[in-house]
Structures are given as structure tokens and as C-alpha cells.
Design a protein around this ligand. Structure first.
Ligand SMILES: Nc1ncnc2c1ncn2[C@@H]1O[C@H](COP(=O)(O)OP(=O)(O)OP(=O)(O)O)[C@@H](O)[C@H]1O
Ligand SMILES: [Mg+2]
Length: 418
């Protein structure tokens, strides 16, 4: 009776309350499908191995043995997850997780899931994570609240977990993406949370301040021309050097080892459209570009321990902008790659280490702005994520409300403690 009721209500549940549908109908059916199809899938995808080869050589004569049934890899029970399931598989000796990654597409079809990913989180086994639908197209109510100083929940990972950017763990970030892919919205999501914390925010926006001026009330400084940026970055390097002297005096290796009372306030430097800083129209620009580039690089190298963090957004951050950019990119360990128009840009942002991540970037369509591939998911790998949509009005409102927390820039220069 109950089963009949569920079968009738299933399409409605799926449309209206997908999580409830998944728990009651989708998951049990998918778990059965996973277990039922495993032998055939493993055989067809060459994941099963025969215990002994069916041929033997005896004195130069080839003997054909009795055909051995291939042994399928041992699989655990599929465990429920929000909007998906996960199942652990033990690797046969000689197998690597790549063999399973290559078979993910077939598994997704056989199990009627949206996508399957093979994650190798322990030696000798691989976890197959299947999601029932694309979680990034489903609207969600994100958690807003304190995630700890210098960290912010900026959206949702593909597996349903909160996407946290923690500058204490990964100090500097590079955010790339084509125009209207969601870079500034991610910065807005981050700022609207950092604004509530005891953190100084500094902006560099050479698009005439169009994007970052929204947060002006909460910014300690905003540079809108390259001249201003050079001046501001120069001053920040001075701040870094004086913090370094402070740490040395106290025998500390970072500002976080200083007593809380005298600890300088962390500074987050936001740069929107970094290419503008490096473009040279004439020779006279050269000195300024060099100045900016050196200062950014020094902040990248010294900043992490001194509480100065870089968050750099741009459409392209390639070596064609000069050698300074390549060196700077190496300092920005945190990477977020939104939709891009060419593979080269994705490779630049994510490195060419992970083919799968590069393919995932190329599959981001332009009707889902805010979807990106980012590093920093659970297990330290890449994953797709979607940023929280923070409208310019919301960002402006938060910046106004918490404007009183913005330390004056002169205070930072004077070594202002938090
Ligand atoms: N997470 C999101 N969810 C829904 N819509 C989004 C999301 N992120 C961005 N958008 C939409 O996409 C539009 C463009 O985003 P945004 O301005 O952040 O792009 P951008 O990469 O900064 O572009 P540009 O390079 O032109 O500055 C926004 O107006 C917003 O409506
Ligand atoms: Mg923008």
C-alpha cells in the first residue's frame, strides 16, 4: 500500500521536494540498481580480472585452460547522501583509480544518475560518488553567519557541502572567468561576509571602480587608477615590512603567534580585473607597471604570515601580460575557474595537472553564471561549485551597515591592532 502510494506520488515529490523524493524513492531504487549492475559493468569496463590467465605454456605447447570467470572488484553497500550516494570499491592489485574514473560515464548511465565521480581518498580503494541531479541548478538557502575570522561561506559545492573560502588556510586566491561568468559576484559574496569581521578590506578596481565602489563604505582604501594602485600597493608593502619587524621582535613567525591584544588587523586586498594593472599602452606606463607588479609579488611572498591576503580576479591572467604575472600566479595557491572561452585560460588557472577538472570547466554553460571549478573541496581535490548570488544592492547594504568596522588606512600604516 505504502509502496503504491510512493510510486504514485514519486513524480510530484521529485519536482517539488527533491531531497525528500531522493530519500524515499530515488535512493532505494538507485542502490538496488548499483548492486544489480555491478558485475556486468565491471566486466564490460575491464574492471574485473581473471584470477589466473586462461592460457598456460607447457614445454612450448600452449594449453588452453578452463575459462575462468572474471572476479569483480569488491563493492561495499551504497550509502545515502543528500542528492546522491557513495559506494566504496576495493581495487584489485595492479589497478589504479584512473581505470574507475574512465568508467564513470558508463556507471552514470547504468545507474541513471546525473554524474558519477571516482575519488581516491584511501590507498587500495576508490569511492564512487554519484549525484542524482545537478545540485548546482537547484536553488538553495546558504548558511550565513560567522565561519571564523578570514573565512567565508561563498556558495555550495557540487556534493551539497558548503563552499568555504578560508584565507588562513589558503592565503591568496586567483579567480578567472570570461566576462559575466560570476567573478565579481563571488567577490561580493566573500566581501559580504568578511565585512562583518575584524578585517581591513582594500580595493583595486581599474574599471573606474565600477565593481568595488559598491563596498566603498567598508573599504579602508580604493584605488581606481594604476597610479593610485601603485601608491596603495607600495604602502601595503611598507605595512608588511613593519609587521615583519614586529614579529621578529616578538620572536613570532606569523602575526597569529602574537598576543591577541597587539596583533595587527588582517588586510584583504581585492583586485578586480588584474589585466588592467599590467597593460602597457606606452613606454611611460612601464615604470608604473613594474612598480605595481613588484609590489604585488612581494605581498604574495610575504603576506601570508603577516596577515595580508590577495584576492585577484581577471578574465585572463596569462604570460602575455608580462613575466610579473606568471610569478604572481605561482603565489596564488587558491584557484577558482569560472566559465572560460578557451582551454588555455583554464589551463592557466587550474594548471594542466587534472584533465578532468579542465574538461569540467569547458562544460560550464553560459546559462549558469556563478558555476566554477575550484580547488579546496573535501579531500583537497577540485570540484564544481556555485557561488551564492549576492546582488549589488545587498552587497552595498552590508558594506554600509558594517562600515564602522573599517579601519582607516592611516591606522593600518601605524600598525593598527585589532
Ligand atoms: N551564483 C550566481 N547565481 C546566479 N546568477 C549569478 C551568479 N553569479 C553571477 N550571476 C549573474 O551573472 C551576472 C554576471 O556576473 P558577474 O558580474 O559577477 O560577472 P563577472 O565575471 O564579474 O563579469 P565581468 O568580467 O564582465 O566583470 C550577474 O549579474 C548575475 O546576475
Ligand atoms: Mg566583474
Amino acid at each position: 500500500m505504502l509502496a503504491l502510494l510512493l510510486a504514485v506520488a514519486s513524480p510530484w515529490l521529485r519536482r517539488r521536494v527533491p531531497n525528500v523524493w531522493w530519500a524515499l524513492c530515488g535512493y532505494p531504487a538507485a542502490a538496488v540498481r548499483v548492486l544489480w549492475t555491478w558485475r556486468q559493468l565491471a566486466d564490460l569496463q575491464n574492471l574485473s580480472v581473471p584470477k589466473r590467465p586462461p592460457l598456460a605454456v607447457l614445454g612450448g605447447v600452449v594449453l588452453r585452460g578452463r575459462a575462468l570467470k572474471p572476479i569483480k572488484p569488491r563493492m561495499g553497500f551504497p550509502r545515502w547522501q543528500r542528492g546522491g550516494l557513495v559506494v566504496r570499491v576495493r581495487l584489485h592489485a595492479g589497478q589504479t583509480p584512473e581505470a574507475y574514473a574512465a568508467a564513470c560515464e558508463s556507471m552514470a548511465h547504468a545507474w541513471q544518475m546525473f554524474a558519477v565521480r571516482a575519488v581516491s581518498d584511501a590507498r587500495g580503494s576508490v569511492s564512487l560518488r554519484a549525484s542524482a541531479w545537478d545540485p548546482l541548478t537547484v536553488p538553495f538557502v546558504p548558511f550565513v553567519g560567522s565561519a571564523g575570522v578570514l573565512s567565508a561561506v561563498v556558495g555550495l559545492w557540487e556534493d551539497g557541502a558548503r563552499w568555504l573560502i578560508d584565507l588562513r588556510r589558503v592565503p591568496h586566491w586567483l579567480i578567472v572567468g570570461a566576462t559575466r561568468s560570476g567573478k565579481s559576484t563571488l567577490v561580493a559574496a566573500l566581501v559580504s561576509q568578511l565585512a562583518r569581521q575584524k578585517v581591513a578590506l582594500v580595493g583595486i578596481d581599474l574599471k573606474g571602480g565600477m565593481e568595488l565602489s559598491l563596498f566603498e563604505d567598508r573599504l579602508s582604501a580604493l584605488a581606481t587608477t594604476r597610479g593610485e594602485a601603485a601608491d596603495l600597493l607600495g604602502k601595503l608593502v611598507e605595512v608588511a615590512l613593519s609587521r615583519m619587524a614586529l614579529c621578529r621582535e616578538a620572536g613570532a613567525r606569523s602575526i597569529w603567534e602574537l598576543p591577541e591584544k597587539g596583533r595587527p588587523v588582517p588586510v584583504v586586498v581585492l583586485v578586480d580585473e588584474v589585466a588592467e594593472l599590467y597593460l602597457m599602452a606606452s613606454n611611460s606606463d612601464k615604470a608604473e607597471v613594474t612598480q605595481v607588479s613588484t609590489a604585488l609579488l612581494r605581498l604574495g611572498q610575504l603576506g601570508a604570515a603577516l596577515g595580508i591576503h590577495l584576492l585577484i580576479a581577471g578574465q585572463r591572467v596569462g604570460s602575455d601580460l608580462g613575466p610579473g604575472v606568471t610569478a604572481l600566479r605561482a603565489q596564488l595557491a587558491g584557484r577558482v575557474c569560472f566559465r572560460v572561452s578557451d582551454k588555455g585560460t583554464a589551463e592557466m588557472a587550474l594548471g594542466d595537472l587534472d584533465r578532468e577538472a579542465l574538461d569540467a570547466v569547458q562544460e560550464i554553460s553560459d546559462d549558469t553564471p556563478g558555476v566554477a571549478v575550484a580547488f579546496g573541496a573535501a579531500g583537497g581535490s577540485w570540484m564544481r561549485a556555485r557561488s551564492q548570488l549576492v546582488t549589488p544592492e545587498e552587497a552595498q547594504r552590508v558594506a554600509k551597515r558594517y562600515g564602522y568596522l573599517a579601519p582607516a588606512f592611516a591606522e593600518l600604516e601605524a600598525g593598527g591592532a585589532s
